[in-house]
Design a protein around this ligand. Structure first.
Ligand SMILES: Cc1ncc(COP(=O)(O)O)c(C=O)c1O
Length: 464
């Protein structure tokens, strides 16, 4: 517990500061659950961290992160519970705000991203909501790349608008000056997806981080399609990273979940974020930036959002995600190699009008060189089929190895027609801004044998 200045202890200001520090110590301890344990040495390589990071069993403890399927934790006396509930001591109190299995997953995600602390969420949607709602309030403005997953677009463009938060969208490939024109005095964050779903533009991190820095606002990056294996956005100026863990983190299409990771590298005291720098009356008067200079964002997000909105991850899903992470470094190269090979095949097929894969176009290639840890464009590609919607229908029906699914990024190859599914709520203009044309088929290339995939696409295209 931090020391307080005895000479000031009866002044209201000092008392509130003391209370803030007490609260802080406890919440920080909760957040410490999501920080890297000291024994998980940061000098371990990425591949080793995928397997062992974040969980360090002692003698006779389970080697595998155990599933603590418990909402509840036991205490010796009411004073102990009181200290936890009034944020003067640490302890799991209720699995809505923390749970040992979920904490293991959070710690591993944090290590892989190179962040300061992480919090897991019930879904990717909950992760993006948590990330932005922890920063903006009614009257604020968001600046977002237009190439977005459809659910994130409707969250920004429609739902948050109802709560008084407006979003302007920019073409991620537009020049810096054009994007900067959209900044308003009330703009509070910039948002983008490392690889846009399904436009597949790779963010120019230097450009967007530069704008964010110049205007004193955080840069949030949804890293779901790249994963930390391909790209670690904190190394390129991002301040907060979000995930739909449902995608490559799970990797097997079993669980819905998400994560938010705090880079600990943004100055919330620049005058634009009073919720971080003034006492939080709902948390014993804690002042997040005073008590947690490095992880103010993450602690506020966990303390307020999980408590009030309840979008927490279940221990079972955390266990499955943790297991998914153990093969992330093995699966991602295969997804990328298969996608590249299928893209090469489709590019030459007479029934294919166009093909988009990050490794094939010049800008994508340049950004992979500059920002990615491996020369790999991940596992998603899109292509246009000749013959309109009828050809799309025939092609999809003919597939035998690949299947029509509303999902991406698992071991089984899946296809989707975004204009009539994930982006069906967007009008034609919005679809085009998101990189979606009526003839577009999105392919999530799995880890099957590439020869089987090419043969399957060949027969289905020939029939279409
Ligand atoms: C890039 C991206 N972010 C967020 C989400 C939302 O994630 P979830 O489906 O886990 O809520 C998705 C879903 O497809 C996505 O593709």
């Amino acid at each position: 517990m931090p020391k307080t200045d005895a000479s000031k202890k009866h002044s209201g200001k000092a008392a509130s500061k003391k209370q803030s520090k007490k609260a802080a110590a406890a919440v920080e301890a909760t957040a410490a659950l999501a920080a890297a344990p000291e024994s998980a040495a940061p000098q371990l390589s990425f591949d080793t961290l995928c397997i062992q990071g974040g969980y360090d069993p002692k003698v006779s403890e389970p080697r595998i992160l155990p599933i603590v399927q418990s909402t509840t934790y036991k205490y010796d006396d009411i004073d102990h519970v009181n200290r936890i509930m009034t944020l003067q001591a640490f302890g799991h109190k209720y699995s809505r705000t923390s749970n040992p299995t979920v904490a293991g997953f959070e710690a591993r995600m944090n290590l892989l991203e190179g962040g300061a602390a992480a919090v897991a969420t019930a879904s990717g949607q909950a992760a993006n909501l948590l990330a932005v709602i922890s920063i903006v309030r009614a009257g604020d403005h968001i600046l977002s790349a237009s190439q977005l997953y459809g659910g994130t677009f409707t969250l920004f463009n429609s739902t948050l608008k109802k709560f008084g938060i407006e979003t302007s969208f920019f073409d991620p490939n537009a020049p810096q000056a054009e994007i900067e024109k959209l900044i308003r005095p009330e703009t509070r964050l910039i948002f983008g997806e490392t690889i846009g779903n399904p436009g597949l533009a790779i963010l120019d991190f230097d450009k967007l981080a530069g704008i964010a820095k110049k205007h004193g606002i955080p840069f949030i990056v949804d890293n779901s399609l790249a994963t930390a294996w391909l790209c670690q956005p904190f190394k390129h100026g991002a301040n907060i990273v979000t995930y739909s863990a449902t995608k490559y983190i799970d990797g097997h299409a079993t669980s819905i979940g998400g994560a938010v990771i705090d880079g600990g590298n943004f100055d919330w005291t620049n005058g634009k974020f009073p919720d971080f720098t003034t006492p939080d009356p709902t948390y014993n008067g804690v002042i997040y930036t005073e008590s947690f200079p490095q992880t103010a964002f993450l602690i506020k997000a966990r303390a307020q959002f999980l408590r009030d909105f309840g979008g927490c991850l279940s221990p079972m899903n955390a266990f499955l995600f943790n297991m998914g992470l153990e093969t992330l470094h093995l699966r991602m190269p295969r997804h990328g190699d298969n996608a590249h090979a299928l893209a090469d095949f489709l590019e030459k097929h007479p029934s294919v009008a166009w093909i988009n894969y990050p490794g094939l176009n010049a800008t994508g290639k340049k950004h992979i060189e500059k920002y990615f840890r491996h020369k790999n464009g991940s596992g998603i590609l899109t292509f246009g089929i000749k013959g309109g919607l009828d050809a799309v229908r025939r092609f999809v029906k003919r597939l035998k190895v690949a299947a029509l699914v509303v999902h991406i990024a698992d071991a089984r190859t899946g296809v989707l027609h975004p204009a009539t599914s994930t982006h069906a709520q967007l009008n034609e203009e919005q679809c085009l801004a998101a990189g979606i044309t009526p003839d577009m088929i999105r392919v999530s290339v799995g880890t099957e044998d590439i020869a089987d995939l090419i043969a399957d696409f060949d027969q289905a295209l020939n029939a279409a």
